[in-house]
Design a protein around this ligand. Structure first.
Ligand code: SAM
Length: 279
């Protein structure tokens, strides 16, 4: 067994790493922090199926890490061969190293380091669009991951992140997407960019708001459209709410004063789908 601690890692090669001080281990570990994800344009995804599916789908993978003990499994060996053929690095590591990389006591046996893919509003092809879900200033990685997964589930077009939102490539968000991060286009825009762009979009913006007077079950959901959801604490700011073509509310019967953001997004998307006018 060799240790890559003292030898620099090169693309297209296989290394066995057991040292927690290995520089590549440290680099991967640093991707837990947003500033390093932003600096490097990389992110980490965990799990054999998820990483394998992403590689199959052609996502740019830079490093494929697996526990030494599963290196002989067919699926692991096949994915490793593909990554190597594309010039990626393969790391075989101990479970202690995997734990350190992912900050988990019971880590997944496989992780992948991928290049991020973020789109701009100008990349959106409205002609083929169904529903774009726009999320304003949302902060919770679990909510974002769940929304991305739900958008995938209904076959909606993608997610637009407006303003200062949580990072779609944080490990918590990626975990919550359950692999849908590799299937759903994610766009980033400022509030001003979004407000200017939405006027060029050929469909309505349907906003959700607790102050909305209209029951979400009573309106049409034309294709294409934008479904606009607000921040977990404060909801949609007035200026953005005022810019919507429709504002709807999901009625609530009990004592709760609002629904969870991801739950309400799911209700809206499935209502749009049920209406059979979109999706
Ligand atoms: N205190 C916030 C407010 O007054 O808007 C609550 C925000 S809520 C937790 C987060 C987002 O979920 C809202 O901005 C809205 O998009 C959506 N939402 C939650 N409950 C809703 C409901 N009953 N009707 C419509 N949208 C809802």
């Amino acid at each position: 067994m060799s240790d890559a601690k003292t030898s620099p890692v090169r693309p297209g090669v296989v290394k066995t790493v057991t040292s927690l001080a290995n520089p590549t281990v440290k680099d991967i570990r640093s991707l837990q922090q947003r500033k390093f994800r932003q600096q490097t344009g990389r992110f980490v995804a965990e799990g054999l199926k998820l990483v394998t599916d992403a590689v199959e789908a052609g996502w740019p993978i830079e490093i494929f890490v697996h526990a030494e003990k599963i290196g002989t499994q067919d699926a692991v060996a096949q994915t490793a061969a593909k990554v190597k053929a594309r010039g990626g690095l393969i790391l075989q590591v101990s479970e202690a190293v995997l734990s350190k990389m992912t900050h988990r006591d019971n880590p997944q046996m496989v992780i992948g380091v991928f290049r991020q893919r973020l789109k701009k509003l100008a990349d959106i092809d409205a002609s083929g669009a169904t529903v774009w879900v726009a999320l304003e200033n949302i902060k919770d990685p679990g909510n974002l991951g769940t929304v991305i997964r739900t958008v995938d589930s209904v076959g909606a077009s993608g997610v637009i992140l407006i303003g200062d939102t949580v990072d779609p490539f944080s490990i918590e968000t990626v975990r919550a997407t359950m692999g849908s991060i590799f299937a759903v286009p994610v766009v980033k825009a400022s509030v001003e960019e979004f407000l200017a762009w939405k006027d060029t979009f050929p469909g309505p913006v349907i906003g959700t708001h607790l102050a909305g007077a209209v029951d979400y079950r009573t309106i049409d959901y034309p294709e294409p459209m934008i479904l606009l959801m607000g921040n977990e604490q404060s909801g949609l700011p007035q200026r953005i709410a005022d810019s919507c073509d429709r504002l709807v509310k999901i009625p609530m019967a009990g004592r709760a004063d609002s629904l969870n953001l991801a739950v309400s997004t799911g209700i809206m998307l499935y209502e749009a789908r049920r209406s059979r006018l979109v999706l």
